[in-house]
Write a protein that binds this ligand. Structure first.
Ligand code: DQQ
Length: 457
């Protein structure tokens, strides 16, 4: 699988569609897989929803798109490939089977006068309604300038009028991070009294290393114009991409992202599968600007018998309070308190002799959290970089790490606002240990909890 698509809650079911190649663990003639859940935790596979139609505008792939409620008719708005076009499909049986619109594609070709590359870039429709009017963003680029999202309007989802770019990136700007040369998979939604634009950023090229990261811009939307005020990465790890956001019946903005593989092609082929979804996360607006990002509370249903320790002091020579905890499917929560340690954190997936381990470390002087995979695996065939994120702790603010380990997936949440997600592939079966650590002083741990995570199946 790759991108999540068509997220929608219909009746009591959450529907998660996704880019899927049933023929093998590689990107080829993509279809839309489909899974449903009542609780965001346990999922049931449903039949494949969209398959390319020979001779149709999606004959080389049903690429990414969204789902909308068209006055009671579930409607998918997706990318036909190749070339990139906008196509529609509707369902008359509760989202089980889908009929493609006879007039597909409903939109082909970029607006005249815009150089979006050769072949042109115009994909990943994101659609919403204001009053009776539909609006759509398409991801694109403007050659020599940067990534862009183009805004369209329609009265019927079929006839679209181009308005203007909602936002254009600047490929010459690299601070605080590069926004690449091309954008994919836009999302645009109100959050509190602001609007948030999320785009997946890539550089030119077709190999996997062209995919960079996911940027969120928070700002003001008025009269179909968006002014970005703050920006950050939605995830500072190494494998999170193409997320999609949906609003559920409780009013939550829920987001799923695709986590790609970070081991070599031969290992992926022999595993026979590639790509997973992140856990669902809830987005909210932070009072001073920026976002909070938390895993949904429903995931607590997976917690097995936990171990909790309180008021532990850590130094470079302390015993490991989590010495008895073992596992590759764990939820960990660590609330650090006072202290002067230069660096502290938690090592996961540790082999008993520490030949393998993955470090999640907070550096007090730099006020950054790092997910370090240098020692994650003895296999020569894995990525071993480190990724780090600014925490921007307020004076007196504690540091809380919440970590989900799910086999090769590590999701780290720092103070409910900074995420780092990466994949690790320890070669040793006994790389299951967890270890708290501190260097250069002491730090108190006010509370640490470790739960085994039950299977979702
Ligand atoms: N993946 C889809 C495209 C999208 C890209 C193709 C992002 O629609 O732009 O599988 O990962």
């Amino acid at each position: 699988m790759n991108d999540p698509n068509g997220l929608i809650q219909w009746g009591e079911l959450y529907h998660l569609f996704y880019q899927h190649n049933p023929a093998g663990p590689f990107h080829d003639r993509i279809q839309w897989g489909h899974a449903v859940s009542v609780d965001l935790v346990h999922w049931e596979d449903w039949p494949i929803a969209l398959v390319p139609t020979g001779g149709g505008p999606d004959e080389d792939g049903c690429w990414s798109g969204c789902a909308v409620d068209q006055d009671g008719v579930p409607t998918l708005v997706y990318t036909g490939y190749d070339p990139q076009t906008v196509c529609l499909a509707t369902s008359a049986d509760g989202l089980r089977t889908w009929q493609k619109h006879a007039g597909n594609p409903v939109l082909a070709r970029p607006p005249a006068g815009l150089d979006t590359g050769t072949p042109y870039n115009l994909r990943d429709p994101y659609v919403w309604r204001e009053g009776k009017t539909w609006y759509m963003l398409l991801a694109s680029k403007i050659v020599g300038i940067g990534g862009s999202v183009l805004l369209y309007r329609s009265d019927d989802l079929v006839n679209w009028t181009y308005l203007h770019p909602l936002l254009v990136g600047d490929m010459a700007e690299t601070e605080p991070f590069w926004t690449g040369t091309e954008w994919e998979c836009p999302n645009f939604f109100p959050l509190g009294d602001k609007h948030v634009l999320v785009v997946s950023v890539k550089k030119d090229g077709h190999d996997p290393s062209a995919l960079l990261h996911v940027v969120q811009f928070t700002g003001t939307y008025r009269d179909q114009r968006f002014t970005a005020e703050t920006q950050s990465l939605l995830d500072y790890g190494s494998c999170y991409y193409a997320p999609q956001v949906m609003r559920d019946a409780q009013g939550r903005a829920l987001v799923w992202g695709w986590l790609w593989e970070e081991r070599g092609e031969p290992a992926v082929r022999s595993a026979g599968w590639a790509g997973v979804m992140s856990v669902p996360r809830v987005l909210d607006l932070r009072p001073g600007g920026g976002l909070t990002i938390r895993p949904v509370d429903e995931l607590q249903a997976l917690r097995g018998a936990g171990r909790v320790f309180q008021d532990v002091t850590l130094t470079a020579t302390s015993a490991n309070p989590l010495a008895e905890v073992q596992g590759d499917c764990l939820e960990l929560l660590v609330e650090f308190g006072d202290g002067d340690a230069a660096e502290f954190g938690i090592d996961v997936r540790c082999s008993p002799d520490r030949q393998e381990y993955t470090r999640i470390a907070y550096d007090r002087a730099q006020d950054r959290v790092t997910l370090d995979r240098a020692q994650s695996s003895t296999s020569p065939d894995v990525r071993r970089d480190e990724r780090s994120a600014p925490v921007k702790r307020a004076a007196g603010e504690a540091l809380t790490l919440r970590v989900f380990l799910d086999r090769s997936v590590i999701e780290v949440y720092v103070n409910d606002r900074v995420c780092l997600t990466s994949r690790v592939y320890p070669a040793r079966e006994d790389s299951l240990g967890v270890q708290l650590f501190a260097r250069g002083g002491r730090v108190t741990v006010e509370r640490v909890a470790a739960w085994p995570m039950r299977a979702i199946w």
